[in-house]
Design a protein around this ligand. Structure first.
Ligand code: ADP
Ligand code: MG
Length: 596
């Protein structure tokens, strides 16, 4: 075929393919336009999951009738003049493509009026072909009505999912925008039914409740952090509240919803070792920064961005989330009703361990500790223990993040330590606790780049299956950072010449095997995360096991070591290290207090 220029109809449909993928993308573009127009009320009506109708009405500043036709043309925008403006974008739109794209694949009607005009104007666009602008009566603001989406591109229609899925995509999009703009009133009407309505009173937690339910909203922890031109606000789930996928991880940057891989890994790194493998947090986080520091023009639907100082943003998000998280992580307490219930389901939550200690100011803090109950104070309490670089400061231990000083009572079942604290009884899982202790020691030594290593009297030779040895080959540099001395010693065979002193007496073969088992393709290219994960695996293998009797000295030193851990309450894989039976629970159980 000879080369020829495409007709404008075909080229605009191709362009539309990038921006308008499904009904939810139309809702996104129109909502963003309304927000850019300064709307305080945005009302969205849909029918048939958006297939036959999507209408977005706002009370923003409107479009002058003389510009209406231009608004619907390609590359026409009021938000940008010169190319350098691209680096100070404060609006959600700037490409001038949305209305043109939507108009080319639907039957679109725009009615708009600016405040200075007596009348409004209406423009109809049918499959990209504009009719004449007509005068109509209308309130100030804009209504964009999109009917029969993809009526002229049937191939696209075939790619739409079920109504339920398309509906859910719209709901989840609008709810997220509602969260990001809590001062704007959002409403979705499906047919005649109002399915979402926000108050526009700035209360983000209330919107969170409509997104995840009241229960979840109550448990979500608030994040508030600022550092050199960066601000992070919003909500993260406590470690007890997780999902099996990343879909509930929401990030907004400067009011724009993004799917940003680097932010996701910063977040996951903050949760690292606090969540079980394969579990993910729920978050609604809002990152604000000077527009000059972020390039939003790298993706057609602007779902990805590029940061000028990627590492700085990454570190900031990771630290801020981690801080908020550690400040709140409670010791699981045994709830009274389960005492005596012997069936132990596998999910820790179902055991009746009360993970969900309320965080909305109800967390009871010992008043004789001289602290209030506001979350801010709890965070401050945490900060006072650590300097900025995370090193420990001598002094008072945070009541919320640490464990109190414990008096050892003994060991039971060669598996658990029993101890008494000022507020009741603690049962400590010796294996999980030792894993945590080893992990923190190893990571601390690693950070200060001083992992003491000990040569083995006789180097040990370990043979691994081919697949595992391939993985191990890739991990060798990390291993050497951690004080191991391992080298290849023939096909699929390795020789261990030295181990970290921390693991003295442990089996080198065990350590190597730990490194390669359950190895999954790592999504994160970040060495730090990989290293922590590897360290956690080795610690798990080399920690004391249940069934191992410990001398009283060993028991005591384990407790002491645990007390100084940064996150003593969970093992590096996120399981609890201890169960707390409070004085109050004991008194209730023995009928000394309260009604039964
Ligand atoms: P962009 O948002 O990238 O500028 P659009 O195609 O989405 O491109 O919109 C084109 C122009 O139409 C916008 O720049 C804006 O001036 C105007 N516009 C679109 N929607 C609205 C609205 N709801 N209220 C006011 N003006 C609007
Ligand atoms: Mg736009």
């Amino acid at each position: 075929m000879p080369i020829r220029l495409l007709s404008s109809e075909v080229s605009s449909q191709i362009a539309a393919g990038e921006v308008v993928e499904r009904p939810a993308s139309v809702v996104k573009e129109l909502t963003e336009n309304s927000l850019d127009a300064g709307a305080k009320n945005i009302s969205i009506s849909i029918a048939d999951a958006g297939r036959t109708l999507i209408e977005v009405a706002d009370d923003g500043h409107g479009i002058p009738s003389s510009e209406l036709e231009l608004a619907a043309s390609r590359h026409a925008t009021s938000k940008l003049v010169q190319s350098e403006d691209l680096f100070h974008i404060r609006t959600l739109g700037f490409r001038g493509e949305a209305l043109a794209s939507i108009g080319s694949v639907s039957q679109m009607t725009i009615i708009s009026r600016v405040e200075s005009a007596k009348e409004g104007a209406r423009l109809r666009v049918n499959g990209g072909v504009s009719e004449k602008v007509e005068k109509v009566g209308a309130p100030v603001g804009t209504v964009v009505r999109v009917e029969n989406l993809f009526y002229n591109v049937p191939a696209r229609l075939k790619f739409l999912k079920t109504d339920t899925t398309e509906r859910r995509a719209i709901d989840s999009l609008v709810t997220r925008y509602a969260l990001a703009y809590p001062n704007v009133r959002f409403k979705i009407t499906d047919g005649k039914q109002v399915t979402l309505q926000t108050a526009g009173d700035g209360d983000r937690r209330a919107i969170l409740a409509s997104l995840y339910g009241v229960d979840v909203a109550k448990q979500m922890l608030e994040v508030m952090a600022t550092e050199e031109g960066l601000t992070l606000t919003g909500f993260i789930s406590p470690v007890s509240l997780t999902r099996s996928n990343r879909k509930e991880i929401t990030f907004f940057i400067n009011g724009r919803w993004v799917q940003e891989i680097s932010l996701n890994s910063a977040l996951l790194q903050a949760y690292h070792t606090l969540l079980m493998v394969g579990r993910y947090p729920l978050t609604a986080l809002f990152l604000d920064m000077t527009p000059e520091d972020v390039d939003v023009n790298v993706h057609p639907t602007k779902a990805e961005v590029r940061f000028r100082a990627q590492d700085k943003v990454f570190g900031f998000v990771q630290r801020s989330v981690r801080k908020a998280l550690l400040a709140y992580t409670p010791v699981p307490a045994v709830s009274p009703q389960l005492w005596g219930n012997r069936s132990v389901p596998s999910e820790p939550r179902a055991v009746g361990i009360d993970w969900s200690i309320a965080h909305d100011g109800q967390l009871s803090v010992n008043s004789d500790e001289g602290r209030g109950t506001s979350s801010e104070l709890q965070v401050t309490g945490y900060e006072s223990r650590f300097t900025d670089d995370g090193s420990k400061v001598e002094g008072q231990k945070s009541f919320e993040t640490g464990v109190p000083l414990l008096r050892l009572i003994g060991q039971i079942g060669s598996a658990y330590l029993v101890a008494e604290g000022p507020d009741g009884l603690y049962l400590i899982d010796q294996h999980a606790a030792h894993e945590r202790v080893l992990f923190e020691k190893l990571m601390a030594q690693h950070e200060s780049k001083s992992i003491p290593s000990q040569s083995l009297l006789t180097p040990e030779v370990v043979t691994l299956p081919p697949q595992s040895s391939k993985v191990l080959m890739e991990q060798l540099p990390f291993l050497n950072h951690f004080g191991f001395e391992v080298e290849e010693f023939g096909t699929n065979t390795f020789q261990v010449r030295a181990m970290p002193v921390l693991f003295a007496g442990g089996s080198p073969a065990m350590a190597l095997k730990a490194l390669v088992e359950d190895f999954e393709e790592d999504e994160s290219p970040l060495a730090a995360e990989v290293e922590a994960r590897l360290a956690a695996r080795v610690c798990k293998r080399l920690a004391v096991k249940a069934g191992q009797a410990l001398t009283p000295e060993e028991q005591r030193s384990l407790l002491n070591d645990l007390e100084v851990c940064q996150s003593p309450r969970t093992c590096p894989h996120g399981r609890p290290t201890m169960i707390h039976l409070s004085v109050d629970t004991l008194e209730r159980q023995f009928g000394r207090k309260g009604a039964r």
